[in-house]
Design a protein around this ligand. Structure first.
Ligand code: BES
Ligand code: MN
Ligand code: MN
Length: 469
């Protein structure tokens, strides 16, 4: 039996097993879900063992455990590190889900549940591809290291330490990740660039306590008004961020890359349908694809303070809060940007309020060449699974580990996404198109199988220890 037939024969079994994984509410952000997060780690470890890995460990961290597995029984063959995450975003607001977030349900060829697209479904694609290879051949075709973490959705806090303390353990010829999207339905895609992310929170304090707005209003500063004014000033009329120095060093796209990105079969209608806004705006002088993949942004993520309950309450609040973030692109240094943003915010604020400024996290952007032979292997494997040639794209989201690995080891990072941009990752009714899941398993199985011949495809094969970028 060939590989594709073997995998096709197990569709229902694969989907049922993924559903078991999805039923575990492994929400990394909420402490009440800590036991579920740990249960998900054990589920992943058991599944890796069932797939044929003999060395599997659950590594405790300060927060949520990592799952690590390896199989180094293919001497002379390449070593691949596969990375993914088993944690998910909170499911709230629950009432907006058509079927409950942790009760996987099929509708119209899609599987609905939190974590289907981001990232349990995509991790499961790799687990089942590897299992199929192991069952058919009694061994894996290449050397494999697998790292599935439980803190991605809260910034991969513990991972950095683990990478720094386990460099030899994690060393590989390439990093493979499936935690991104396809350009559109039917268009297999390889992502070669991600934006970085800095996250900030500010607290403004005006009066010492909440005040009666009739007794005091007119003569005292209102921190909520000040906050609104502040955010109104952070973009100009061309939707450029007004922080001085923000764009300094931002890498300009080569005309070749610009052409290639804008020539992709990207669909504006599908984009607008997915967003559903009455109108659109973005940095002047750039196409939408350029705006969302290659330009830095500043976004207000949440704003609160004052009275939000039923009816009216006439109050001047003592405090106002905001959470906001900047997406960063190559050429921007996260630490420097954080300083510039804080400086500008402080400069714009009047003396009538006090400001606490916190940088909650920083993260570097990543964009790399896709000329290494492994990218052609990925393209060929995707073509086998999807019957269409894969395109090379950049994306606007962030995966801290990819940058860390690229900086630490300088190896090719192959990001093969099976999600679709409108599958509601992080939102109610998250889902995964099942055909992409099934085709994904076949494509990834072909990919790992074909990597056994990677060296012969390479111009200058060399053992891992002596190769660099
Ligand atoms: N899988 C996403 C990242 C992603 C989304 C990459 C879309 C490419 C396209 C990941 O789980 C995620 O949500 N990352 C966060 C950052 C993290 C530090 C919380 C993000 O991008 O906001
Ligand atoms: Mn993800
Ligand atoms: Mn996510």
């Amino acid at each position: 039996m060939n590989l594709a037939e073997f995998i096709d024969g197990r569709r229902d079994q694969h989907r049922a097993e993924l559903s078991d994984f999805l039923r575990i509410p492994s929400v990394s952000a909420k402490s009440e879900n800590k036991p579920d997060v740990e249960r998900a780690a054990r589920w992943v470890a058991d599944n890796l063992r069932a797939a044929g890995f003999k060395t599997v460990e659950i590594v405790p961290t300060a927060l949520h455990p990592l799952v690590y597995a390896e199989s180094l029984e293919a001497p002379g063959k390449p070593t691949v590190l596969f990375y993914g995450h088993y944690d998910v975003q909170p499911a709230e607001p629950l009432h907006l889900w058509t079927s409950p977030a942790f009760e996987p349900t099929v509708r119209n060829g899609n599987l609905y549940a939190r974590g289907t697209a981001d990232d349990k479904g995509q991790v499961h694609i790799h687990l089942k591809a590897l299992e199929a290879l192991h069952q058919l051949n009694g061994r894996f075709p290449i050397n494999l290291k697998v790292l599935i973490e439980g803190e991605e959705e809260v910034g991969s806090v513990s991972l950095w330490n683990f990478v720094q303390n386990n460099k030899e353990k994690l060393a590989a010829d390439a990093l493979v990740v499936s935690d991104t999207s396809m350009l559109g339905k039917g268009v297999p895609s390889i992502t070669y660039g991600l934006r970085g992310l800095n996250y900030y929170q500010i607290e403004l304090t005006g009066p010492e306590r909440d005040l009666h707005s009739g007794v005091y209003g007119g003569a005292v500063p209102n921190p909520l008004t000040v906050l609104a004014e502040l955010f109104a000033k952070l973009h100009d009329k061309n939707f450029r961020v007004t922080v001085p120095g923000f764009y300094d060093g931002v890498a300009k796209l080569s005309s070749k890359e610009r052409k290639a990105l804008n020539a992709l079969p990207w669909n504006k209608k599908a984009f607008e349908q997915a967003v559903g806004a009455p109108g659109y705006c973005g940095e002047k002088g750039f196409t939408i694809v350029e705006q969302i993949w290659t330009r830095p942004t500043l976004e207000l993520n949440g704003i609160w303070g004052g009275y939000q309950g039923e009816g009216a309450k006439t109050v001047i609040p003592a405090k106002a809060y905001a959470k906001f973030s900047t997406r960063l692109v190559p050429g921007q240094d996260p630490e420097r940007i954080a300083k510039l943003v804080e400086k500008h915010v402080r400069k714009l604020l009047p003396k009538t309020v006090k400001c606490t400024f916190d940088v909650l996290s920083t993260g570097k952007p990543w964009a790399a060449s896709y000329s290494a032979p492994i990218f052609q292997k990925a393209q060929a494997a995707l073509e086998k699974g999807f019957r269409r040639k894969a395109v090379f794209i950049r994306e606007g989201g962030s995966i801290p580990f990819v940058t860390q690995m690229h900086d630490t080891f300088g190896v090719p990072c192959v990001l093969i996404g099976f999600g679709l941009p409108d599958e509601n990752a992080h939102a109610p009714d998250e889902h995964l198109y099942l055909e992409n899941y099934y085709s994904g398993i076949k494509a990834i199985a072909h990919f790992y199988q074909d990597l056994a011949t990677l060296w012969s495809a390479s111009d200058s094969p060399a053992p891992r220890s002596t190769r660099n970028k």
